[in-house]
Design a protein around this ligand. Structure first.
Ligand code: NI
Length: 137
């Protein structure tokens, strides 16, 4: 089994705010991410697939194809958008890095043919990232 990773990048704005809570509690829990006028992040996305190299190509998957899938299914949808307003599937959701990683996984998986998804790694800042391996892992 070989693991193949493609890195992509997008910029997006969001706000983390639970309307069931008081403003004080939102600020306590989410800090600057609770700013009601939104704020942006420069996200770095690493998508890893796994499989055995195809004997004809030596590839687990054509990495150009993987890049195109990520661009079309994720970056075209999220890049330079306000996640809390512009993206219908994410509107009014808690758009944490954790939930975005799950969202991205679900967007990409249906488009993989000859290999399996292994991991979505999403960096929100230089110091914070999450990894998602699918529900059963
Ligand atoms: Ni934030």
């Amino acid at each position: 089994m070989v693991y193949l990773t493609r890195k992509e990048h997008f910029n997006a704005a969001h706000m983390l705010y639970n309307h069931e809570w008081s403003e004080e509690k939102n600020i306590e829990v989410f800090g600057k991410c609770a700013n009601k006028n939104y704020h942006g992040h420069n996200y770095n996305l690493f998508v890893t697939v796994k499989g055995n190299p195809n004997p004809e190509t030596g590839f687990v998957m054509n990495v150009k194809t993987l890049s195109t899938i990520i661009q079309k299914e994720v970056c075209d949808l999220l890049d330079h958008k306000n996640l809390s307003i512009d993206v219908p599937e994410l509107k009014d959701k808690m758009n944490s890095t954790e939930n975005l990683a799950i969202f991205i996984w679900n967007k990409i998986v249906p488009h993989l043919a000859d290999c399996e998804m292994h991991c979505v790694e999403l960096w929100e800042t230089e110091n914070i990232y999450v990894r998602y391996y699918g529900e059963n892992n």
